[in-house]
Design a protein around this ligand. Structure first.
Ligand code: OOG
Ligand code: NI
Length: 475
């Protein structure tokens, strides 16, 4: 794709373009959904209190409550392909594949996000992007109708297409072009109060699944939420309830822990908004909500397997429980998940960065490749310290929970042939899953990056750098 990853005089750095874009999205969404502005204020005040206890770095504090992610849903493979081209200009690539059909939501998804440590630090903004699986609508006539409606819409402005092509040709955008590009890109994510179908069509699609109506009936893939980071999601959730927001009953993800892992999220639910249909009728549509998140350590495959197993164990009777009772129950089940960084490292449950301690600094050249002890020994002997690598991705079970809580509790039942293939033996299920990932990648026009590959690489590189010093190897 030939987009420059470093700033030069002529072209704007993709990280800078992403920063402009995320700020533009934030202003636009606050103007469109005023309650989201209230949520940002609430989170900023909680973060300010917490920051005094947790963070010392002032520059980090300034960026604390900025949005970490947003989400959109697209209708066709062609639309998805356009986003691959749009997001790469902002330094964002498809990471992680999430098949939500297994959780009753007729989409599969990826997250477009920056991947290098430096890019994440400069602006971590990412967009969770879901592709509707129209083939799962069992009513053939309705499926055809949905396809035809989608085929007629154009979600990018003409100018945006021109700028994307220009960027691809010249391998970057000048500052003026980049500002133009961000302005044009924002149009794609705006809300449309005017549906592109009549009321009857909306109702038929809504009946098949509310999500189908949300994707098919509008002129573009409106941003459906933005999500700032909070330092204390339990306090923020309480505050949201107190201030009268229609808040999700449960925080998605792991319970409160000393050592936070993965991702915890909650939201105020989608608001019913007045829309007008092509035939002049008025109605309401619920799509847009406000979410908050708190992130912890990325887990290894082994750690993730333990997390998934405990979540299944905890999940059997969650709906009956109150918020507090659910959290207590979850905490009890998760007592089986080690909760010190040392244990998480020793048992290889999470990914870490290694740093030389002062003892390590004094041990330059002490080892050769043959005598170098393993990581755990170096940590035990105090030569290396560890800090967790933060999880930058999403959780399919949480994502499905988020979709569901904003869809007026509609359970999706796949057509019978699909239903069978989704619950057959593991081997068939595996083949099905990778088959749908292949289809998704074909639409994207590129391979999806595996999140754990990135974390493992970061861990490995930091170990290499630290131990090179201990072996007296100069870089
Ligand atoms: C996306 C839901 C997934 C998250 O934070 O897991 C998501 C959607 O509702 O379109 O954003
Ligand atoms: Ni989200």
């Amino acid at each position: 794709m030939g987009v420059k990853t470093v700033a030069d005089d002529k072209y704007m750095d993709p990280d800078h373009i992403r920063d402009l874009f995320s700020r533009g999205m934030s202003s636009m969404y606050q103007a469109e959904v005023p309650l989201y502005g209230d949520l940002l204020t609430l989170v900023a005040s909680i973060n300010e209190q917490k920051a005094k206890e947790q963070l010392t770095d002032i520059s980090e504090q300034a960026r604390l409550s900025v949005e970490r992610h947003g989400a959109i849903r697209v209708g066709t493979p062609e639309e998805l392909a356009l986003f691959t081209r749009l997001f790469v200009i902002m330094g964002m690539q498809a990471v992680g594949y999430y098949d939500l059909t297994t959780a009753g939501v007729p989409v599969h998804s990826t997250a477009f996000r920056p991947i290098s440590e430096a890019a994440l630090a400069s602006n971590p903004f990412r967009i969770f992007t879901s592709l509707l699986r129209l083939e799962l609508i069992s009513d053939v006539a309705l499926r055809e109708q949905a396809k035809q409606i989608l085929a007629k819409r154009d979600i990018f402005t003409e100018r945006l297409r021109e700028l994307i092509t220009l960027c691809e040709q010249q391998s970057g955008l000048t500052h003026a072009q980049a500002h133009d590009f961000v302005g044009e890109a924002l149009h794609t994510f705006r809300w449309h109060a005017l549906a592109n179908v009549d009321l009857a069509t909306y109702q038929a699609l809504h009946q098949a699944h509310p999500l189908i109506a949300d994707v098919v009936c509008f002129q573009g893939p409106h941003i459906n939420h933005l999500t700032p980071r909070t330092l204390d999601i339990d306090a923020a959730q309480q505050q949201m309830i107190k201030s009268g927001m229609d808040t999700k009953a449960h925080i998605e993800g792991p319970p409160t822990r000393h050592c936070p892992i993965l991702l915890r999220q909650t939201s105020f639910k989608a608001q019913a908004e007045t829309i007008r249909f092509a035939d002049g009728h008025e109605g309401v549509h619920s799509a847009r909500f406000g979410e908050i998140e708190q992130r912890g350590a990325a887990l290894t495959t082994k750690g993730r397997a333990l997390y998934d197993a405990l979540l299944v164990k905890a999940g059997e009777d969650i709906q009956e429980r109150s918020t507090d009772a659910y959290q207590d129950h979850l905490r009890a089940v998760f007592s089986a998940f080690p909760d010190t960084w040392q244990q998480l490292h020793a048992q290889q449950l999470a990914f870490f960065y290694y740093h030389l301690t002062s003892t390590g600094q004094a041990a330059q050249g002490r080892y050769t490749p043959d005598t170098l002890p393993d990581a755990q020994t170096l940590v035990n002997e105090g030569l290396l310290s560890i800090t967790p690598i933060i999880y930058e991705d999403f959780l399919p079970v949480s994502a499905a929970g988020i979709f569901q809580s904003n869809l007026a509790s509609h359970t999706f039942i796949p057509p019978s042939d699909r239903a069978n293939s989704l619950v057959l033996d593991t081997e068939t299920a595996m083949r099905c899953i990778s088959q749908s990932q292949l289809e998704f990648e074909r639409a994207l026009g590129q391979k999806i990056i595996e999140p754990n590959y990135l974390y493992a690489q970061q861990m490995h590189q930091s170990f290499q750098a630290a131990t090179a010093y201990l072996m007296g190897i100069k870089h």
